[in-house]
Design a binder for this molecule. Sequence first.
Ligand code: 13P
Length: 266
Amino acid sequence: MPAAAGPGGRKPLISGNWKMNHTHLDAIAVVQKLAYSLSPADYDRAEVSVHPAFTALRSVQTLLDADEVPIALGAQDVYFEDSGAFTGEVSPVMLAKLNVAYVIVGHSERRQHFGESDELVNKKLLAVLRHQMRPILCVGETLDEREAGTTEPKVLGQLEAGLQGVPAEAMASVVVAYEPIWAIGTGRNASPEDAEAVCKSVRAWLGERYGAGVAGQVRVQYGGSVTPGNIAELMAEPDIDGALVGGASLDAERFAQIARLGQPAR
Ligand code: 13P
């Protein structure tokens, strides 16, 4: 696939996080429609990943492999141990065997509803890297934190904690997703300017920690009420390299429009 045309040569990554939606049958139907809707020109413009529930991973993988669909398979979470007595958990070994390419870690819903700490998120991220998959590390502030003017310390603190022990050589395969919690599932997306300001700070922090070369390679996604109607203006910002899409990714046609970055189909 040709390299990115975006800033710094970064190819945008458009990821559909289906959360706790779609049975494996529904998931197959959505991926079939998506594969039908997207053209080689679309895959040239942006990389696309889908993140079904664990129960649908195998079915979606089989479909993608059989039809050679250039959509990357993603997971929504992982545990950090390879195997053992951890009832209900799914290991990175299991995901890697399914050709999972991207694994979301530290989604705000995991942090909020399941009490995931920065330390746990960091262990998960390292486990994903250890198994040659790519983590999508989610960071973002609450509405209270935004209104108190503490967005940047919150986001950079989550970044610092989540990336503990990640060497510079591994950093280019990490994706950061800036998802302001107040924008998730609310229909109220961050303005492109506000999203850009935080994504730019993320990249500046990465530059200080890992050097400008690495910072220029890391893709920073925006997530939170992304739709076909706002993707183009978000993507016009220089430090936004794609989107982590929830609700609008459940429908194949809407997600295809987002994956086209708002460009018309051809
Ligand atoms: P929505 O696109 O539904 O706001 O969800 C965003 C999100 O949490 C993606 O991970």
